[in-house]
Design a protein around this ligand. Structure first.
Ligand SMILES: Cc1cc2nc3c(=O)[nH]c(=O)nc-3n(C[C@H](O)[C@H](O)[C@H](O)COP(=O)(O)O)c2cc1C
Length: 391
């Protein structure tokens, strides 16, 4: 989709994550319910980068639930194979990482400390966990120790903290660095911010100043390649992590690669390319869900509004796409659209996906009183793993 120009100038060197060299310093953010094998394939067909799977809980992995095994499954040609693990208990995390490593199921493991969902934070998990410094350290240590003998790098993804009065990211990142994490990524919002407002890129710059020996990855509000360039310029980060901006726009990875290579080409698809991509996504989803067309169609429905954002597609077609049940039906509805429709410009750009409003995160009673952990709180934390499903 893009060609190289003679005056191209690389903006950043390749991203070095432990032994892994990622030529284009771009990471697809792990997104539960979105970044499955089908979507990752669509994305990586457009550009270089590191494509992280949906998060999976360490408990589910240890129990080898069918869903967790599906989540960590990669297409045979996918390289590097990246997974994200969420957990609250060092022993379970260690066991899950050991299993992935010993069974050669991934080349990179990311750890999720960013989930702001109330049912998780209420128990002390996700974005509020790094507040308990020793527990955070023990979890990262357990993961790194289990992965290290197999040469698999472990990275840490986190938010700024619980809220502006309880920031954790600088401490946590230094701890992660000391424990052997191969990179740290910051979604520059607090749990209290949820997905509201704009990400605080200055925090990414501060993190870059604080962390000296491993790459710092910036995350939050990259909607276009130009945003990624601005983030690098403003924060000095070593790479960018892109989430919502690529939902319904897997070609954003072509734009990002071009931008990081100093080229001006950008993909601006007309509706016919979008329709072809939706159909291909549908076909890939059927593969991802083991041939279960019904499940695949249920899963792809949520992508429709993202794909069609800004395109003049009427309510009737949108409704039909939102209820699609078979690939044949999908083809029929897509063919009925005015496929000569050009790229709509601004309407297709900008923010998409989750926004939400700020909310004080629910934490266990007394959670914020001390950064130490008690046996009672550890018990509650174990429940935080059972209720997590993304974010
Ligand atoms: C639908 C959805 C699912 C998400 N699931 C995860 C997840 O499984 N693990 C994680 O660390 N972050 C998850 N996130 C957060 C993203 O990885 C990312 O940090 C966040 O969306 C901010 O980046 P963005 O502004 O580029 O979207 C999720 C976000 C969305 C919108």
């Amino acid at each position: 989709m893009s060609t190289s120009s003679h005056s191209a100038q690389r903006l950043l060197p390749p991203l070095q994550i432990g032994p892994l060299e990622v030529e284009t310093p771009v990471v697809l953010a792990p997104m539960a319910g979105v970044t499955n094998a089908a979507f990752r394939r669509l994305c990586r067909e457009h550009g270089g980068g590191l494509y992280v799977a949906e998060m999976v809980t360490s408990r589910a992995l240890v129990e080898r639930t069918p869903e967790s095994m599906r989540i960590i499954h990669h297409d045979p040609d996918e390289t590097p194979r990246s997974v994200q693990v969420y957990g609250v208990d060092p022993a379970t995390i260690g066991a899950a990482v050991k299993m992935i490593a010993e069974e050669d199921r991934a080349d990179h493991i990311d750890m999720n400390f960013g989930c702001p969902v109330p049912k998780v934070t209420r128990k002390g998990g996700g974005a509020v966990l790094p507040w308990k410094r020793d527990l955070f350290r023990d979890i990262v240590r357990a993961a790194v120790r289990a992965a290290e003998p197999h040469g698999i790098p472990v990275t840490v993804k986190m938010r700024k903290g619980v809220d502006e009065d309880h920031l954790t990211y600088l401490d946590a990142a230094r701890t992660a660095e000391k424990e052997g994490a191969a990179a740290v990524a910051l979604h520059a919002r607090t749990a209290a911010d949820y997905y509201s407002g704009t990400a605080d890129w200055e925090a990414i710059a501060r993190l870059k100043d604080a962390v000296r020996t491993v790459p710092v990855l910036g995350n939050g509000d990259i909607w276009a390649a130009e945003d990624a360039l601005r983030m690098v310029e403003q924060t000095g980060c070593d790479g960018v992590v892109v989430g919502r901006g690529c939902m319904g726009r897997p070609w954003l990875f072509a734009d990002l690669q071009a931008a990081f290579e100093g080229r001006a080409e950008r993909v601006r698809p007309g509706l016919s390319i979008v329709a072809d991509t939706i159909y291909r996504h549908g076909e890939l989803m059927v593969d991802t869900f083991g041939g279960d067309e019904n499940k695949a169609m249920r899963e792809i429905r949520k992508h429709m509004a993202w794909y069609l954002k800004g395109y003049p597609v009427g309510g009737e077609a949108r409704r039909a796409l939102g209820l699609v049940e078979t690939l044949a039906e999908l083809r029929g509805i897509l063919d009925s659209l005015d496929l000569d429709t050009p790229y709509p410009g601004e309407g297709a750009e900008g923010a998409r996906g989750r926004q939400g409003s700020p909310r004080q995160p629910a934490c266990p009673e007394g959670w914020l009183d001390t950064q130490d952990i008690t046996p009672d709180l550890e018990e509650r934390l174990r429940e935080a793993e059972l209720s997590v499903s993304g974010g």
